[in-house]
Write a protein of this length. Structure first.
Length: 84
């Protein structure tokens, strides 16, 4: 079994928004893996266009899905970082 190593070259704070995608490195990939500092519910838009809500996300969790937006509505988690 092979394992993918998660590595990023850039990190930025993510501000939840119901209308705007956050900025990401468009030259190498589309979307960012998320780190959630303070847990709760996390509603995201994936790079493939799926609107998904992760419930009961624990403090200090990584969300290993390429995301392009964190919605303000239905997100209670905070201290969110995008890694790409």
């Amino acid at each position: 079994m092979s394992y993918q190593k998660l590595q990023g070259k850039q990190v930025a704070s993510v501000t939840p928004s119901d209308t705007d995608n956050f900025q990401y490195d468009t030259q190498e990939n589309r979307g960012a893996v998320l780190y959630v500092g303070t847990g709760g519910a996390l509603r995201v838009l994936t790079a493939n266009g799926d609107d998904v809500t992760f419930t009961n996300v624990a403090d200090g969790s990584f969300i290993p899905i390429q995301c392009v937006r964190v919605y303000d509505t239905n997100t209670t988690a905070s201290d969110i970082l995008g890694i790409w």
